[in-house]
Write a protein that binds this ligand. Sequence first.
Ligand code: NAP
Length: 340
Amino acid sequence: MTIQENVDLQPYNTFGIKAHAKYFTILRSVGEVPKLLASHIFKNENHLILGGGSNLLFTKDFDGLVVKIEFKGIEVVQESEDEVTLKVGAGENWHAFVMHCVERNWGGVENLSLIPGTVGAAPMQNIGAYGVEIKKIISTVEAFEISTGEPKVFTNAACNFGYRESIFKQHAKDKYLISSITLTLTKKNHHFVTTYGAIKEILKERGVQELSVKQISDAVIHIRKEKLPDPTQIGNAGSFFKNPSIEAELHDSLIKLYPSMPAYTAVDAQIKVPAAWLIEQCGWKGKTFDNIGVHQHQALVIVNYGGGEGEKIWQLAMKIRDSVKEKFGILLQPEVNIIR
Ligand code: NAP
């Protein structure tokens, strides 16, 4: 492990924002964790643990140590005729891992195809898409407690998973360094989820008679590629805001004013409303401002066409948030971590 000084973070964030870290290091094995935690720089500086850099926005230089986690490995820890349990390094690319499973016809993560980021970041926000959340398949999360260096295993229940939430975003925030996750996938009798309209349509269009892990993964990849900009071509961090859940009362009054507003039942008698729809109604979709803007196919994605500044993107996001609040009375919350 070597700690470098004044490192450009542009290659390490999918928004492609130019910002410098005072200190930067890459961890390639869990064996290096004790050395990192004991280092003078780690103990005395702010630190930021980084996976794929796909869910954050640097608004200025980072005055501290950025630690990029690159623990690799997909290990079969248990296997039967029906199921396989895998331990996966936090630094594995999430989509590459999904493809590894799809190629072997292991079911459970196919709806989560093409989500950017690393495996270690997945439990932090309980990634989910098209009706499947990672909490359904995760058995444990392995981590190191930062203050003591002690290894710790979180059971599924201990992760306290919620909608795009977990203990790692709540009271365990910044207290643990996730090293791997363990999850169980099906080898046969898969539990396919095809309830989301877009998936149904693609499968129908393609004349799919018999569902398979690969067919569903291909459908999800198709949908996402059509709507979402590829971060290797146009800087972005996926959905900038969370999809809000609102009280039934507010929903009732809004639906009278906007009868075409989409809405879905959520937990606790709340109603989920697509943030993209709200933003589009405020006229932001496809708008550009110098070298940043709102994506033309998905209003929930803010883009950096090249050379955009993090602070300018944040200001644009706040204008979007304010306009949605004014028109609909709904306060959008960023899903992206804003590094200030
Ligand atoms: P979308 O599919 O247009 O959905 C927008 C909102 O409507 C979401 O809150 C979604 O709920 C809900 N929704 C749509 N169809 C539904 C149905 N049949 N039943 C229940 N709820 C439904 O959204 P999108 O922005 O293009 O994203 C596609 C998928 O990727 C969504 O599932 C979204 O949540 C997911 N996503 C996840 C992350 C993440 O894990 N951090 C980031 C971006 C997008 P759900 O959110 O419960 O699906």
